[in-house]
Write a protein that binds this ligand. Structure first.
Ligand code: C5P
Length: 234
């Protein structure tokens, strides 16, 4: 697995639609993100089915529970052969350590990359302060959660492309950032608001970009994928 790549968010409702989309790719084998909808709808077999076609898998389930439960769950996810998965940093450093151990113990060979979610981009600063009683700015919270993630030994965090510099400043340039919110100025924004282009994400030093609709909804998904890869990887 390369240390920098474009991850295609396969936010399809079922296996049939997902496989029909992947059938477009004859030469490339894009890194695929499987989220909650597809995983809970189709079960763990969906991971094996896509893996068997030669794709790397980012399983985006954002685990958050007591350390023992997360440890056991991660062992099982490791057995599926995922290449990257994630937890919520809000679960504490102990929980993240337990997750990492489970992932290493369950793996047949190389351990999958483990990434933490800091603050979801859907959480506004106002709600974070009022409902979660976190009296800090979003930026300071992201930096603090990223430092906790690094202390727990994880590989990196999911963050908006505009927060990548904050994370790199707090945790060093080798700490991985995985960033969704990628759009072209000529494309449809969908429900994303804080976005950047693949080239700008590269300049920000992000290792992995997660791109969904600009590729999955494109008239020619393979051409759209190639454009993103060219602009991001150079
Ligand atoms: O279609 P689009 O490119 O917006 O897809 C982005 C993907 O990244 C989706 O799977 C979305 O759930 C995910 N994501 C996001 N923002 C976050 C975390 C995850 O858009 N903060």
């Amino acid at each position: 697995m390369t240390k920098r790549d474009v991850i295609v968010a396969c936010d399809f409702k079922n296996k049939e639609d997902t496989m029909a989309f992947l059938d477009n790719f004859k030469e490339e084998k894009p890194f695929v993100k499987i989220g909650m909808e597809l995983f809970y709808g189709e079960g763990p077999d969906i991971v094996k089915a896509i893996k068997d076609r030669g794709h790397n898998i980012f399983l985006d389930l954002k685990l958050h529970d007591i350390p023992n439960t997360v440890n056991k769950a991660m062992r099982n996810l490791a057995r599926l052969g995922v290449d990257m998965t994630n937890v919520h940093a809000a679960g504490t450093i102990d929980m993240m350590r337990a997750a990492l151990e489970g992932l290493a113990e369950g793996a047949d060979s190389e351990r999958a990359l483990l990434i933490a979610v800091t603050q979801l981009t859907s959480t506004s600063q106002e709600r974070m302060q009022r409902e979660l009683l976190i009296n800090a700015s979003i930026e300071d919270t992201v930096a603090h959660y990223a430092r906790n993630t690094k202390e727990a030994g994880l590989d990196g965090v999911v963050c908006s492309p505009l927060e990548a510099a904050i994370v790199k400043n707090a945790c060093g340039k080798d700490f991985i950032t995985v960033t969704p919110g990628i759009r072209y100025p000529d494309g449809n924004m969908g429900d994303q608001s804080r976005v950047t282009t693949p080239a700008k994400a590269r300049e920000a030093g992000t290792e992995f970009i997660v791109v969904g609709r600009p590729i999955t909804q494109a008239p020619d998904p393979v051409a759209a994928y190639r454009r993103v890869v060219k602009d991001f990887l150079g």
